[in-house]
Design a binder for this molecule. Structure first.
Ligand code: HEC
Length: 133
């Protein structure tokens, strides 16, 4: 009787484990599928975040330098505007016209200090504790 019971229990545990690993795996696969259809948080070949306006940004912002100069930076909308003005005044960047707003939208969305693409903000108000060894 006892043996039967423990067999039943271990069978149950095995089943649960098997179930967990298979559901995890299938979840991973569906996440992968989702990420190809979703437009945010996916990087394009240039390394810039995928977005409906990616082409416009690539066309205007990757001709003179690598997209890395963008992806390595985080600025506010005003900060990006300042960079654009600086490039226009000193680096022969052309007038972006009406595209400027779209480009700034993109930069603000993906490369602002708070955007998901960036590192998370620094933690605040941490109560540090010391490790007693
Ligand atoms: C006409 C050429 C040109 C175009 C087009 C251009 N840039 Fe630049 N950009 C430069 C040059 C030159 C530098 C300085 C590179 C260096 O310091 O090595 C620069 C530097 C930068 C930097 C670094 C600034 C810093 O302070 O470190 C960023 C960010 C940047 N560009 C973003 C952009 C964005 C966004 C666009 C699209 C709106 C763009 N660039 C389009 C020429 C250009």
């Amino acid at each position: 009787m006892k043996l039967k019971f423990s067999l039943l229990v271990s069978g149950f545990i095995l089943l649960t484990l098997a179930h967990c690993t298979t559901t995890k795996r299938s979840k991973g696969a569906s996440e992968e599928l989702n990420s190809t259809s979703e437009t945010t948080n996916v990087q394009s070949a240039s390394g810039l975040m995928a977005d409906p306006n990616l082409m416009m940004v690539e066309a205007n912002c990757t001709g003179c330098h690598s997209a890395k100069l963008i992806t390595m930076n985080r600025f506010t909308r005003d900060g990006w505007k300042d960079k654009i003005r600086w490039m226009q005044e000193t680096q022969n960047l052309w007038d972006l016209g009406e595209n400027e707003k779209v480009i700034l939208d993109y930069l603000e969305k993906h490369y602002s200090p708070e955007s998901k693409a960036s590192r998370r903000k620094n933690l605040e108000n941490i109560e540090w504790y010391s490790l007693d060894q």
